[in-house]
Design a protein around this ligand. Sequence first.
Ligand code: OGA
Ligand code: MN
Length: 294
Amino acid sequence: MTVTVHPVSPAIGAEIRGVDISKPIDAASFAVIHKAWLDHSVLLFRGQNLDPDQQRAFVSLFGTIGVRSAALPHKRPRAFEGPDYNADAMLVSNVRKDGKPIGVLPDGEMWFHHDMCYSNTPNRASFLYSIEIPSHGGDTHFASMSAAYERLPEALKARIEGKRVLQAFDEVQDARLDLANIPLEEVKHAWQPIVIRHPETGRKALYVNRLMSHRIEGLSEAESDALLEELYAYGEDPAVRYEHVWKVGDLVMWDNLCSMHARTDFPKDQRRMMRRFTISGGPVVAAWEAAQAG
Ligand code: OGA
Ligand code: MN
């Protein structure tokens, strides 16, 4: 069977057909998939049947398997267990055992974010495989932050040139942390370039998101909030989005540097279970640093 690439929106995402990713993939097919990955930032494979080891084997074709971001000392470990889990996988699930979620990011809506942008070495990519889905909702929306950056007016690009942004996160999925009342040391956080350069394509991408971005350096809180809102309008613009409606057996992989994602709400009383692996990444490179280095 021939591997084919089918874009799912103008700015981001492509469906890959004609490949069973539970099996070894020949070099020619992988070259097609890898090129599509760099061209489209989000790839979708439908109708897959993956156990944790098969998913892990597929993910490892793209790099070194990433570890979960370490919980801060005041956080309790969660109960991960069962046949859908293996040591490197993370369950994204609202399923509960003895009242406790068996996975992370359990319920409801999640605002736009880049995974682990609050770390100095965020994971490069995430691979989410759907095992159980609710009857409606729980869709995942992706936005191309390269396209968003390219759509900024030149004056707005100039205002953010060379700036860093404070990224922070602590489990709350649908509100920004109240850093006026939470000491920064108690949450995972990092100062990151506001525009990054993609390590493989060289394309610039906006690196802010509604959930985790808190403050643009050198600006007052009010100025920073206003500028962030202006940038979110570009990042969350439907013109740069692909909205994924899940089916069981979908594997979606996304580039965590040049895209952000969000989840829509879904019924509390219905099960949703996804299995996630990641690829580790190095320090984020600022667009302007890379330019200076030539
Ligand atoms: C994630 C995530 C969204 C979803 O796993 O990082 O944001 O749709 N998941 O569950
Ligand atoms: Mn995420």
